[in-house]
Design a protein around this ligand. Structure first.
Ligand SMILES: [Zn+2]
Length: 59
């Protein structure tokens, strides 16, 4: 399991603690970006969809 990287809301430092060790402000978890320019499975998903459309005679 990956280490949770938290970001201090006060001083914007990265920490693994719930509270920033530097300023004591709450640290929030970094939310990974949903969008990825390199979607390793997107290609296969599209190929699979294309295939099923062909089967139905829609393409
Ligand atoms: Zn801080």
């Amino acid at each position: 399991m990956a280490l949770h990287i938290l970001k201090c809301q006060g001083c914007k430092r990265y920490t693994i603690k719930d509270k920033c060790p530097k300023c004591g402000a709450d640290a929030i978890q970094m939310i990974p970006a949903k969008y990825s320019p390199e979607d390793p499975y997107g290609k296969y998903r599209r190929e699979a969809k294309k295939g099923s459309l062909k089967e139905k005679g829609l393409l």
